[in-house]
Every structure is written in C-alpha cells, then in structure tokens.
Write a protein that binds this ligand. Sequence first.
Ligand SMILES: Nc1ncnc2c1ncn2[C@@H]1O[C@H](COP(=O)(O)OP(=O)(O)OP(=O)(O)O)[C@@H](O)[C@H]1O
Ligand SMILES: [Mg+2]
Length: 251
Amino acid sequence: MLEFRNVVFQYDSEDFNIIDGLSFHLEKGEFVSVIGPSGCGKSTIFRLTNQLLPRRSGEILVDGKSIDGRRGYCGYMPQRDLLFPWRTVNENLRLPMEIRGGISRAEMDKRAAETLEHVGLAGWGDKRPEELSGGMRQRAAFARTLLTGSELLLLDEPFSALDFLTRITMQEWLLDQWEQDSKTVLFITHDVEEAIFLSGRVLVVEDTPIRKLHSFEVPAPYPRTRACLTDPKMLELRENLISLLRKEVQA
Ligand SMILES: Nc1ncnc2c1ncn2[C@@H]1O[C@H](COP(=O)(O)OP(=O)(O)OP(=O)(O)O)[C@@H](O)[C@H]1O
Ligand SMILES: [Mg+2]
C-alpha cells in the first residue's frame, strides 16, 4: 500500500540527509506505528509521503504507483491540528469532502455530524476552533482526517493532547473503525503502550539520519481489548522497545 524505495531527503538549512536511503513498506490494511526520539525525523517521513516536502531521490509508491503528480491518496493529520480558525468545526469537517467533490451538502453535514459524535464532539459543530480545548481540537482534526475517505491514513500523534481516559477511549474507537473499514494506517506516537495496543507492527527509528526502520511484530491477534497489554509477551515487547528508545536518547 505504501512503499519507500531508497528515499533521500535533506532540509535546505541542514548539511546532511535526514532521510538517507530509506526503504520500507506497508501492506494494504496494516496498522503500523512509528516510534523514535523527538526530532529524529518521524514527521518528515509523513511530509514526504504527502508531498509537503520534495524528496531528493528515490521513489514513494502508494498502491503500487508513484505518488508524483497524484493527489488525494492519503489522509493526513499533522502534529499540530491546523484547523482553519475562520471556519466552524462543521465547516472544517466538510472541507475534505468539498475538495473531493460530488457529495451533496446534506450528505456532507450528515457524515460530519456522525463523525463528530464518534469523537465525542456531538453538538460542537457550530463552534470555532478557538472555542475548543486543545484535546477537543485534536479530536476535531482527527475527525476531519477520517472524512477524507482515503485508504491510507497518516496520523501524526493524533491523541497526544488528550487526557488518559479520552485517549484510551479514542484508541479503542480507532481500532474498531480500522477493523470495520480496513484502511491502511501509519501512526506516529511517543507512547510505546499506545503503539503496541493499536499496531500489528511497530517501526522504530534507530538513528538519525534515518537509513532503516527496525520492525517489530506485535504478538497479539485482533480484535483486541486492553487486556492484551498485560500478556507476558506484550509486556516483554514493551520493555524491549522502551530500552531501545532509551539507548537512542542517551546515545
Ligand atoms: N522546515 C525545516 N527546516 C529545517 N529543519 C527542519 C525542518 N523541519 C524539521 N526540521 C528538523 O528535522 C528534524 C526532524 O524533524 P521531525 O519533525 O521530522 O521530527 P520528529 O521525529 O517528528 O520529532 P517529534 O517527535 O518531536 O515530533 C529535527 O531535527 C528538526 O529540527
Ligand atoms: Mg513529529
């Protein structure tokens, strides 16, 4: 579904390739998380995938075809919510459907209302983003990403601003959604437990420049409940990942 082949990228203001010959791929319908220390280049991988940044060389393929010249092949939730302040929540949610076109106003409003309800924001559609808390804005931005209808979702720390209970509720809801409509999800998080609860595989950024991602299979079948987190194999994986990240931060 998503494939990086020898991708190289450098920020103009830097003198080294932050992404340096990276290859990895995601199968259709996989849920994969990316973890790694702050500043290692995780969000950069997303910005290359959605063409916010131009790669220097290499290929990025979605569904077997190069992304060059294509649009609408992925839904992207940036790390900062980027809701348009002059639009109400509902108008923000309608945006991806307006861009896609071919959907009636009534249908857009219906889908927006349903999705708002799912993220616990029923009745907040007429507010402006500034009237929402940080966590509520994050949920609204997440709802908007789902409404792109794309098969590939890139979610950059979508739940990081949420309180613990809201976060685990949203995780369960996201898993439910994913099991129903089998989208391919690439998910960035700092939270190792969140990564293993949600994902079939966890990709760890081992080093900057990023040359490869270390892939760990998560040893739990779907459908999952939080009970799987106390399974000894899951606890072992969690501890392994935490010590790996710790080593990188100390290095
Ligand atoms: N526009 C830019 N110009 C120059 N350097 C940048 C730019 N954006 C990011 N960087 C640098 O590239 C590196 C990786 O940034 P990136 O946002 O991909 O990190 P990240 O892994 O997502 O971090 P975090 O976990 O904190 O979100 C950082 O060191 C950052 O300073
Ligand atoms: Mg980031």
